[in-house]
Structures are given as structure tokens and as C-alpha cells.
Design a protein around this ligand. Structure first.
Ligand SMILES: C[S@@+](CC[C@H](N)C(=O)[O-])C[C@H]1O[C@@H](n2cnc3c(N)ncnc32)[C@H](O)[C@@H]1O
Length: 274
């Protein structure tokens, strides 16, 4: 069975699947390893207190909320996402966290941003780019809406490196391949990012690289695996029985202290020439 990237068609998923994604995005955002990678590149961006920031592929608005509640921030953050369900969740969560006055969310496609040229002081794409067919068009749109001298941040997994060990090596390879095909459109994109940023007219300023590996027992990856177990059958990538058996093997490996799961993550900061 094959399936196009789930995250590239969030406007067509059922609400149970979308609720599972909301829970996953929020849990992932709270995980210390994920939060640290986000804070590292946001700190390096040195977003000005009065900045007008855009969060593209905002999902539940996790990044927008982190920026909005940063001490001293008095600017505004706009978020845009393909899914009305996720936009509604982002609006609700921002209100619940008391930052609703500084953030706005709207439905839209990041390949055709509904914003004027040079209207943002910073643009952030947090785990978006691997999911969009035609990523260069997204970078060009981000470059268009950035004011000269402003910075784009692109953060995502290098899904070519995603792997979960299983006792049967052929099964592990096959399941890794099905998973990657189901959850990302561009598994090799992070390695291509330096030349794509240049092709979009942006200058690479800095990059940050991390290995998110869990060895022995799993925590971050177990929560991801549980979400995938639920959503992969709905996307048509795996039968429910196959997904259940796959997740059970990985859970058993963690219970037994022999788990191995890994994905590399990269953040790139690139500047629009002044
Ligand atoms: C993996 S999620 C990341 C969400 C959020 N940035 C985070 O890190 O929690 C990818 C998001 O990109 C959105 N997305 C994918 N393709 C898109 C497109 N063409 N235009 C707008 N949003 C898109 C999806 O709806 C989804 O919310």
C-alpha cells in the first residue's frame, strides 16, 4: 500500500485523525529535546520585541505561541496552515494561553501566501518544509514576504535518517520506508536546503544540527509511534493490523531495554539580502 504524505493533505483528513495530530504536535512541542531545538534557533534569530512574525505551516500554533509569550515581545505573530481544523485549534490554544491578542491564524497555502511583499520581520517554517511538494516555491514565497535584511528559519527532520530497529532487518527496512513515505513528501530535503535557500535568493547565516536518538528505552519516539499507529491506517499506508504489530514490536523493544530509534534534525537561518 502507498499513501501520499499525510501532513500535505491535512485539509482532507477526518476530525479524529486531526485531533490525534493536535495531541501529537502539542506533546512533541512540550518534549524537552524538541523545545530545546526550537529555542536554540529562535534565540539565534534575535527577533525584535516589536517584530511582525509569520509562522508558516503553523499547525496548532506552537511556534507562534512560544514567540508571543517570550518576555519582552510586544509584536505580532501570524500563523497560516492548510487545515481549518488546525487553525481553529491554534486560535483556541492561543486564547487559553493568554496570548490571543498577539497572534492571528488563518487558513491558506504556503505556496501562495496571502501577504504583501516585504511585510514580515521574520518567517519561521517549523517541521513544514519536508511535507510540501515543491519546497522551492515555499522558500521563494517566504523570501518575497520577508523585508530586506530579515531572516527565515527552516527547521525539520532529515527523514532520510529516520530508523527504528526491529529484530527482522528486512521488516525494519520495509517499515521505515513505508513510514517515511506516509509522513513526508521530501525525505532528503534537509540535505538539499543550502542550495535551495540560495536558489530562493536567501543567504545562509547559521545552521544547527541534532540527533534525536533514543537508545534502550523510548519516550519521545514511543509517543510518535503511537500517533503513527493510529493515523497510518487512515492514510492507507499500512493496514491497522500491520500498524498495531509494528508499534507493539517497538514498544516491546523499549520495555525490554533494547530500543533504538533515530532521526536527525536541522535548523537553517537564512537572510534576505538588504
Ligand atoms: C508536521 S506539521 C507542523 C506543525 C507545526 N509547525 C509544528 O511544528 O507543530 C506540518 C504542518 O504543515 C501544514 N501544511 C502542509 N502543507 C501545507 C501547505 N501547502 N500550506 C499550508 N500548510 C501546510 C500541515 O497542515 C501541518 O499543520
Amino acid at each position: 500500500m502507498t499513501a501520499a504524505d499525510l501532513f500535505a493533505r491535512t485539509d482532507r483528513l477526518d476530525s479524529d485523525t486531526l485531533d490525534a495530530l493536535v495531541a501529537r504536535f502539542e506533546a512533541r512541542g512540550r518534549h524537552p529535546a524538541f523545545a530545546n531545538m526550537l529555542n536554540e534557533y529562535l534565540d539565534a534569530m534575535q527577533i525584535a520585541p516589536a517584530a511582525n512574525v509569520l509562522d508558516i505551516g503553523c499547525g496548532t500554533g506552537l511556534v507562534a505561541r512560544v514567540i508571543a509569550r517570550h518576555s519582552g515581545f510586544a509584536g505580532s505573530v501570524a500563523g497560516i496552515d492548510l487545515s481549518p481544523h488546525l487553525v481553529a485549534a491554534a486560535t483556541r490554544l492561543a486564547d487559553e494561553e493568554g496570548v490571543g491578542a498577539r497572534v492571528t491564524f488563518q487558513r491558506g497555502d504556503v505556496r501562495q501566501l496571502p501577504f504583501a511583499d516585504a511585510s514580515f520581520d521574520a518567517v519561521v517554517a517549523h517541521t513544514l518544509m519536508s511535507h510540501v511538494p515543491g519546497p522551492l516555491a515555499v522558500l521563494q514565497e517566504a523570501a518575497r514576504v520577508l523585508r530586506p535584511g530579515a531572516t527565515l528559519a527552516v527547521f525539520d527532520g532529515d527523514y532520510a535518517s529516520l530508523t527504528f530497529d526491529q529484530p527482522d532487518e528486512a521488516q525494519a527496512q520495509a517499515d521505515d520506508a513505508v513510514l517515511v513515505r506516509a509522513v513526508v513528501a521530501n525525505p532528503r530535503l534537509m540535505g538539499q536546503m543550502p542550495r535551495l535557500l540560495r536558489a530562493a535568493g536567501l543567504e545562509l547565516q547559521a545552521s544547527f544540527s541534532h540527533v534525536l536518538a533514543e537508545v534502550g528505552t523510548a519516550n519521545f519516539w514511543l509517543s510518535a509511534i503511537e500517533t503513527f499507529r493510529r493515523v497510518l491506517p487512515q492514510g492507507g499506508a499500512m493496514s491497522a493490523a500491520h500498524a498495531d504489530a509494528w508499534a507493539a514490536r517497538l514498544r516491546a523493544a523499549s520495555d525490554d531495554g533494547v530500543f533504538f530509534g533515530r532521526c536527525n534534525y536541522h535548523a537553517f537561518l537564512a537572510r534576505k539580502p538588504a
